[in-house]
Design a protein around this ligand. Sequence first.
Ligand code: ZN
Ligand code: ZN
Ligand code: ZN
Ligand code: ZN
Length: 506
Amino acid sequence: MICPKRTSELLDLHLAPFKDKDPAWEVGVSKIAGRGVMATRQLKRGEIIFQDSPLLIGLAAQEEDTLNACSICLKMLPDTRFMCRQGCGLPICSLCAKKKQHKSDCDMFKSWGPNEPDVANSVIIRLLCVARAINLTKDQRDLIYCLQANLDNNHRTEVRNAAKCFKNFPTDKKLVEIMNRTVAVLRTNGFDKTTDRTTDNQEFSYRALYPLFAVMNHDCIPNSYYTFEEKTNNMIVRAAVDIAEGEEITTTYTKLFTGNIARHLYLKMKKGFTCKCPRCSDPTEKGAYISGLYCRDTKCSGLVVPETTGLPHPNWNCLVCKQKSTHAQMMKSQDFASGAINAKVNSNSLRTLVHYLNEKSDSFIPSSNYVVIDAKMSVLQRLAHGREDCNEDLVSSTRLRYSRDIMQIMDKLGLGDSLLRTQLEQQLHKEEERRAKKQLELAAKQRQLADLEQRAAEADKLIALALAADDGAAAAVPPVPVAEPAALAPIAGEAAALAAPTAEQA
Ligand SMILES: [Zn+2]
Ligand SMILES: [Zn+2]
Ligand SMILES: [Zn+2]
Ligand SMILES: [Zn+2]
């Protein structure tokens, strides 16, 4: 285990710009694994615990990413002529091209001689974050060496592949070792962030190393959450729930809405450990049933959940009839449901997808299942960009319903605050406000109408009386209560014209 004291000293140096004299955290021995970040005092939900700045940051240049983003400010660039004119093989904006950081990147990569400097190469662009470790100070590099690194067989692949893209890639063992170590640390504790889709459907992601964040341990129900300051890319970590003094501050390395087995596999394969948090130990996931499926016995209405989560292929049990199923059997159901729902997610019609989720999917997959949650999240995301082929009422009811559904699952899991919760609450609030306003407008219209009807009735009475008075003198004819509709219409119209301003004033 790496010494917590030395780690703390190096972290203090790294975080010095934030000048936090009385930090709410300290590095200590963790009950979860090795060392972790502990609360030095009681923390209130929403309170800032710490800020962290990226020690290393760069474009992730993954397969699905567009490569025309600036290697310094990470902003999108026009899709032609975005490469550095100096021949370093990096995309750069005109402003950042003059910055000191690019001079350092540019000199390094030019000296290595990229094979095709004018062509955007994802391997070269991806390597920059790693290669920047070479130019860090000794303390900063020591901090990297203080962080957990999964030194498995694959951690050398990235640098080895990158070497092929340059004519004079360094052969110095020490430099190569620094880069390999940095890759391993980034893979274990680095941070990957995909940008929100830009308007023309391009997206890119970046990877970064936030050292204090990297010391935090994982929990599938984290007690903290983070946001970013756009200008600096600094990370702000807040308490998601009230945290007691001495309690470990945790984050999550996985997506929140994945089932126990998927999370177990991800953590095992990517992060090299088995999570033993309360959510992972509970097959129902605190009653949220994220991986729940229907019983294979069609007469039974029970939910089926995996017997245990620490195995890749567990048996599954029905919670009602107790029937056992094999993992393969249940995966067949899951694959069928995922295929059917994802086909609708990928179709162009949002209305069809919403209709399918509201009317059809419930017959073959429980609404708590992650594939349904994911589909609802994607609907909300698409609605945030426009209403596509849905009418206003459908947009409104869908926003309300899906936001509530997802928040309900978050509550079941015991998830506190998060960026997602804030967004959902905002949507819900906006939608409720819109509905309330609409209802007020409707009530006012109804009052107006009632007023008009009353006035029309009064007018009718007056007309009947006047007609009766005219006729009464001539003969004893029974009084005519109503005028001919044709004759009444213009009078009622007048009454309406008279009533309108009064009703508006009301
Ligand atoms: Zn830039
Ligand atoms: Zn350059
Ligand atoms: Zn867990
Ligand atoms: Zn059953």
